[in-house]
Design a protein around this ligand. Structure first.
Ligand code: ADP
Ligand code: MG
Length: 466
């Protein structure tokens, strides 16, 4: 890791770009940014590897924005992402970083939504396309997208794109791009496939790796030895003892995720599963509930959680030990972010001690073992999520805005603004978090009243989830 913080001012960026970074509160480069930005801005191809949450988006966004010529309305940068969700996250960050150049057009081309609006947007032209490989190929085949002017190709979350079997699609897309371009590849891990694809697509790439080590002071790690039969129950012992407001619990299989959620929900916790079997809509709903604090435990597989920008985690629980020590480091790096401390709690059976040994080797520290018997439920009863989510049928299509929902709840319905949490408006649905205490009342009064002058259908989200 770079020890001394380095300011963005040391980079050859436009003054307006630097001022915007300042406004965004980006005062110093993260280690991966400090390593890769000077090389990328000098025009080199780059393979950059760093854990989730290390600021990789800005590491490719700033160089591609720097090269952009907004007076020419051609697609000059293509960013490929594995999923719609990650493409949306990247687009959001790109828009923030591009704010200093008001005319920058950024277009997201992802699957799972209708083609027609995308075709219309493409006709208006775009400077930057952020997309998933499948949908980008659809557009190339239809002739609705031209990539002749692309100067920068970005492969974001490359390891996950390879996991999802996109290698051929990526190669096919690259064939449509000018040879004389810059290619930037970002990845959390470095599996074999990456070397292969970089040989195919890149020119003398420089490799930058930021060691997967964490600020040891911020993450407090503890290990607990468990017998197989007590593993799932041990998770609730940990939750009752440490009482983290938000927990990400990692399992090695989808089945284990489902089993753990069943056990936790049976005991009254607000827990939801995030795994590869979920439809996109269900995934969105799970993440909305976790982010708005209606769900206090998110149970996930590694693949499902990769790349997600989840803030404010008090604890990570390793329900199963991962055989790959780098994955362990990535998992626990989700807690103890920025200025908060976090717990990383790991359960291991005797069979898993080999993997624990590898983790100790990589971390260079011995594990701090504790006994389940030390765990005592803290006062205050079961740990319930503070909020509950109401789903309103109707969203952007009906021109509902967050203010309309807040207005309906605080106006006619008579609730205090402090009892209302996050409001998310999607295309067809609106999700509002309310204080769990007033859940039923809020449901009743919203159903009886009006939003934007109309009656609306409202229900609790969590009854069907999980
Ligand atoms: P990654 O792609 O490595 O998982 P992201 O690019 O999503 O990470 O960044 C994680 C978070 O850190 C984002 O919320 C982003 O806005 C923030 N961030 C990135 N770079 C900086 C910086 N230099 N200073 C402050 N915050 C930053
Ligand atoms: Mg990322």
């Amino acid at each position: 890791m770079t020890q001394t913080p380095i300011s963005f001012d040391s980079l050859p960026l436009a003054p307006a770009a630097l001022a915007n970074l300042q406004q965004l509160g980006y005062l110093q480069m993260t280690p991966i940014q400090a390593e890769s930005l000077p090389l990328a801005l000098a025009g080199h191809d780059i393979i950059a590897q760093a854990k989730t949450g290390s600021g990789k988006t800005a590491a490719f966004a700033l160089p591609l924005l720097h090269k952009l010529r907004v007076d020419a309305i051609t697609v000059q940068a293509l960013v490929l992402c594995p999923t719609r969700e990650l493409a949306d996250q990247v687009t959001l960050e790109l828009r923030r970083l591009a704010r200093y150049e008001a005319n920058t057009r950024i277009l997201t081309l992802v699957g799972g939504i209708p083609l027609r609006p995308q075709l219309a947007s493409l006709e208006h032209g775009a400077h930057i396309v952020v997309g998933t490989p499948g949908r980008v190929i659809d557009h190339l085949e239809r002739g609705s997208l031209s990539l002749d002017a692309v100067a920068t190709l970005v492969l974001d979350e490359a390891d996950r794109m390879l996991d999802m079997g996109f290698a051929d699609e990526i190669a096919a897309i690259a064939k449509k791009l000018p040879k004389d371009r810059q290619t930037l590849l970002f990845s959390a891990t470095y599996p074999e496939g990456i070397a292969k694809i970089s040989q195919q697509l890149m020119r003398e790439p420089r490799r930058v790796t930021v060691q997967a080590q964490h600020d040891a002071g911020k993450i407090r790690q503890r290990f607990y030895e468990v017998k197989e039969a007590e593993r799932l129950h041990a998770v609730s012992l940990l939750l009752d003892h440490f009482r983290p407001a938000s927990t990400l619990a990692f399992c090695n299989t989808r089945q284990q995720c489902r089993d753990l959620v069943d056990v936790l929900r049976g005991q009254g916790y607000s827990a939801l599963a995030l795994h590869g079997d979920l439809e996109q809509r269900d995934r969105d709903q799970v993440l909305i509930q976790f982010a708005n604090r209606s769900c206090s435990v998110l149970v996930a597989t590694d693949v499902a959680a990769r790349g997600l920008d989840i803030a404010q985690l008090e604890a990570v629980i390793n329900v199963d030990t991962t055989p790959d020590p780098e994955v362990h480091i990535h998992r626990i790096g989700r807690t103890g972010r920025v200025d908060a401390e976090g717990w990383a709690l790991s359960l291991a059976s005797l069979d898993e001690m080999g993997s624990i040994g590898k983790i100790e080797q990589l971390q260079g520290v011995e594990s701090d073992w504790h006994k389940l018997a030390e765990l005592t439920p803290a006062a205050g009863g079961k740990l319930a999520a503070p909020m509950i989510t109401l789903q309103i049928a109707g969203g952007r299509k009906e021109k509902i805005r967050p203010g309309d929902v807040l207005g309906a709840l605080t106006g006619e319905a008579g609730f205090a603004a402090g009892q209302i949490g996050k409001i998310v408006v999607n295309e067809f649905s609106t999700y509002v978090a309310v204080d769990r205490q007033i859940g039923r009342e809020a449901l009743a009064r919203l159903s009886a009243g009006k939003v934007k002058g109309k009656r609306v259908k409202v229900r609790f989200l969590e009854d069907e989830a999980g």
